[in-house]
Design a protein around this ligand. Structure first.
Ligand SMILES: O=c1[nH]c(=O)c2[nH]c(=O)[nH]c2[nH]1
Length: 290
C-alpha cells in the first residue's frame, strides 16, 4: 500500500474588488468578489515543500487588481483574461478557474435626478461567472444567485403519496417563494455576455411569475426551459431552488379566521429542489462544472 497525493488546487479566494469608472463627474461602480483557483504540476510543494512551481496566492490577488486597472468589462471577459493569463504565463499551471460574483448597486435619485456618484446596494440577485481554462480551451458558466422571488397565489401542491408520516395538507392555493441560484453553461466563448445575462434573467423571472405551479419542480423545469428557449448560446442550466415555506397561521385561538392573509415565513427547514435542464445535443461540458 502506498499513500499518494490526489487532486489538488490552490488560489486566492474572495478577492473583494471595487472599480470606479469615471466619466467626468459621472461615476459607475463595479463591485466584484473574485476567486482564483489553479492546478497543475504542484506535487513538489505538497511532497517536499519546494515552492519553485507555486505562483503565490498573494501574486494571484495582485494580478486580479492589476488587471482591473485596464477596465473590467463583462465579468465573463474579465474571467477569461485572468484565467488565460495564469495558464499562459506559468509553465507549472495547467488549469485555472476564476469565479466572479458581481454585487449589484443602483444609482440613487437625488433632488429628483439620477445621482452622479451615489449608489445603494440593490436587492435583486448577483450575477456570477466561472471561467475554466486549460490553456487551449476555455469554458464559461454564467448565472445568478440570491434572487428571491415570490408568487402570492398561482401555486398548488397536491396528489402526493400519503403514508403514516404524512401530515401535509393538500393545497390548491399557496404562497410559492424561493431564492434562485442558477448556473448556465455557454456552448462557446463568442457571446454577447451582457445581452445573454439580461435575457436569461428576464426568462427566469417571466417563467417563475408566469407559470401556474403544481410543484416547485414543475416551476424549475419551466424556468430552465425558458432560458434555453431564449438564449441559444446556453447549452445547459442548473437550478437550485429552496422552497421558502409560508405557513398559514392558525388564528382560531384568537377568535379570528385567516382567509389566506397571515403567514409565518419559516426559514428552516426548507425543501431544496434542484435540477438540470439541457439541450440533448449540448456540446460536452469538459471541466466546466468540476
Ligand atoms: O413544490 C413542492 N414540491 C415538493 O416536493 C414538496 N414537498 C413538500 O412538502 N412541499 C412541496 N412543494
Amino acid at each position: 500500500m502506498a499513500i499518494v497525493l490526489g487532486d489538488n488546487r490552490y488560489g486566492k479566494a474572495e478577492n473583494r474588488l471595487v472599480r470606479v469608472d469615471r466619466d467626468g463627474d459621472e461615476h459607475r461602480i463595479t463591485d466584484l468578489t473574485v476567486s482564483v483557483s489553479l492546478s497543475g504540476d504542484l506535487s513538489d510543494t505538497h511532497l517536499t515543500g519546494a515552492n519553485d512551481k507555486v505562483l503565490a496566492t498573494d501574486t494571484q490577488k495582485n494580478t486580479v487588481f492589476a488587471f482591473a486597472r485596464d477596465g473590467i468589462g463583462e465579468i465573463e471577459d474579465f474571467g477569461l483574461r485572468l484565467a488565460r493569463h495564469f495558464v499562459r504565463t506559468q509553465e507549472s499551471i495547467h488549469a485555472a478557474r476564476v469565479r466572479i460574483e458581481e454585487h449589484p448597486w443602483q444609482r440613487l435619485t437625488v433632488d429628483g435626478k439620477p445621482a452622479h456618484h451615489s449608489f445603494a446596494r440593490s436587492g435583486i440577485g448577483s450575477r456570477t461567472a466561472t471561467v475554466t481554462c486549460d490553456g487551449d480551451q476555455a469554458w464559461v458558466l454564467g448565472g445568478v444567485r440570491e434572487l428571491t422571488v415570490l408568487n402570492s397565489t398561482g401555486s398548488e401542491f397536491w396528489g402526493f403519496p400519503r403514508d403514516e408520516y404524512t401530515t401535509l395538507a393538500e393545497t390548491k392555493d399557496r404562497v410559492l417563494a424561493t431564492t434562485v441560484s442558477a448556473t448556465w453553461r455557454f456552448s462557446g466563448t463568442a457571446v454577447d455576455w451582457a445581452a445573454a445575462q439580461e435575457t436569461a434573467l428576464a426568462a427566469l423571472l417571466d417563467a417563475f411569475g408566469g407559470t401556474h405551479s403544481l410543484s416547485l419542480q414543475q416551476t424549475l423545469y419551466a424556468m430552465g426551459q425558458r432560458v434555453l428557449a431564449e438564449v441559444p448560446e446556453i447549452a445547459e442550466i442548473r437550478l437550485s431552488l429552496p422552497n421558502k415555506h409560508h405557513f398559514l397561521v392558525d388564528l382560531a385561538p384568537f377568535g379570528a379566521d385567516n382567509p389566506g392573509e397571515v403567514f409565518h415565513a419559516a426559514d428552516r427547514p426548507y425543501g431544496l429542489i434542484e435540477g438540470t435542464v439541457l439541450r440533448d445535443d449540448a456540446p460536452p461540458a469538459g471541466p466546466a462544472w468540476s
